[in-house]
Design a protein around this ligand. Structure first.
Ligand code: 2HG
Ligand code: ZN
Length: 471
């Protein structure tokens, strides 16, 4: 591991000369605030804190900061909006936090190439709004999209609610301007849809958690906005029935929904309590939200009737058609609010981000039950059932003294099952600091050796976001 140099007064002076004193902060409160993400501080063994926070305003600023830090061997941790759930932006070795909130411009909307070029500090939902004004959509849709920065979405390859139809963030990224740890500025990809010239460095960067290079511009793909959206809210008495129904929408109805989300009874209860409002049949074992879209109202109606009938034949208690904005907003508020609700009512929990082949979701949910019984824990299960990514939230009571041990035991059991089911550790939240000690359960020696080798090529001095992934 590299021996890093300390951030002295001289370093602060030099950073001020690069970005201007108004873009450098050593204020303790600020340093602490910028050293956290959404992983509760109770999960870290110590308080992480950067020595300085810098706010670059341009690619040139980023390049000069990186060249300087590389020369002086000072760690740099890039940071988006801090909505991450893996500690990916936590400065494990202190040093410099590079925050992108001042690089927040939408640079170009290209209606002929159907692309939008943005800086990393743009809030995800702003990109969606701009595209929408032109009857287009940016299809990346993480649950934290009203707050998250697109740069963070790229770094973690955020998934979200539209992955079955439109893919993850990475599937919507065409090009990236990247500053390498040396300070060199380069472009991977561009506005072109096809590119086999060399290796696919765009998608090596996507999901690399800010460990290889700093993304300073992003070219995203836009797709036509469909005129009509319908959400079905479908309560099932039994969670198994809800989950087993999921693949049938595609395999039997031959319809690819935009979203196919699930929330079990406990998840719904927690969020209802948090929001002070509930959805119908809140005692049901689980609810599905199935979103369909299209331009032709008749085709869309045929599709949702077909899916609705199939739900009823498969044990649904009712099918609610949310074809108006109010109802739709209410049900998505519930779905998107679960993560926050859990954090509001619990301090002793584990948020898991398991991803399995779609067919294995029922087996996974069954295993969660067994694991919880063994460790005397509860679980709130919800998430992107349509793509096999389930957020299992393991919950311990507030009075549980040995909660750390219980959750750790349950987590290891859960990971063992996940592996047997052909699944993996994280579908969309990333490894960061939080999961790195488990990565060896899922990647073999050859994979780890390759990842370390790639890191060495990009960042020989190991200054960029050190202590993450496999380090
Ligand atoms: C979601 O899908 C987010 O709601 C957060 O990815 C999940 O906090 C979680 O467990
Ligand atoms: Zn999610």
């Amino acid at each position: 591991m590299t021996a890093f140099m300390p951030v002295t007064d001289k370093v602060i002076e030099d950073l001020c000369a690069i970005v201007g004193p108004h873009n450098v902060s050593v204020d303790e409160e600020k340093r602490l605030a910028y050293s956290r993400d959404e992983v509760g501080v109770q999960f870290w063994d110590r308080q992480y804190c950067a020595d300085v926070v810098v706010f670059p305003e341009s690619t040139e600023h980023v390049s000069r900061i990186m060249a300087y830090a590389n020369d002086k061997v000072i760690p740099v941790t890039p940071r988006g909006a801090g909505t991450g759930l893996s500690g990916g932006a936590v400065p494990a070795f202190g040093g410099i936090i590079m925050s992108f909130e001042k690089m927040n411009r939408i640079l170009e909307l290209d209606l002929e190439n159907l692309t939008v070029t943005v800086e990393p500090g743009v809030v995800t939902s702003e990109i969606q709004s701009v595209a929408m004004k032109h009857s287009l959509q940016y299809a990346g849709d993480p649950c934290s999209g009203d707050a998250s920065f697109i740069g963070g979405n790229v770094a973690e390859n955020a998934g979200g609610n539209k992955v079955i139809k439109y893919g993850t963030t990475g599937a919507n990224v065409l090009g990236l301007e990247v500053v390498l740890p040396s300070g060199e500025i380069t472009w991977f990809g561009g506005k072109r849809r096809k590119d086999v010239t060399g290796l696919d460095l765009v998608h090596l960067m996507v999901g690399s958690e800010g460990t290889l290079g700093v993304v300073t511009k992003i070219i995203l793909k836009l797709v036509p906005l469909q005129e009509r959206i319908v959400d079905l809210l479908v309560p099932f008495e039994k969670v198994e029935d809800a989950i087993s129904f999921v693949p049938k929408v595609i395999t039997e109805a031959k319809i690819v929904p935009v979203a196919l989300e699930f929330m079990d009874r406990r998840a719904l209860k927690i969020v209802s309590r948090y929001l002070g409002s509930s959805l119908p049949f809140d005692d049901a074992g689980a609810h599905l939200i199935i979103q369909l879209e299209g331009n032709d109202p008749e085709v869309l109606a045929d599709e949702y009737e077909k899916v609705g009938d199939m739900c009823l034949e498969s044990g649904a208690l009712e099918v609610f058609v949310a074809d108006n904005r109010n109802f739709r907003e209410k049900l998505w508020k519930a779905r998107k609010g679960i993560a926050e609700a859990v954090m509001a009512f619990y301090t002793k929990y584990a948020k898991e981000d398991i991803s399995v082949p779609i067919k294995e979701v029922p087996a996974l949910i069954k295993a969660v039950d067994e694991v919880c019984r063994k460790w005397d824990l509860e679980a709130a299960n919800y998430g992107h059932a349509g793509d096999g990514n389930v957020h299992i939230n393991l919950l311990a009571g507030e009075d549980r003294v040995d909660w750390h041990e219980a959750i750790e035991g349950a987590r290891i059991d859960l990971y063992e099952v996940t592996k047997k089911l052909g699944g993996t550790l994280s579908g969309e939240h990333g490894i960061g600091l939080k999961r790195k000690k488990y990565i060896g359960m899922f990647l073999d020696e050859a994979q780890i050796r390759l990842i370390k080798g790639i890191k060495q090529v990009f960042d020989p001095k190991g200054i960029l976001n050190p202590g993450k992934l496999v380090e």
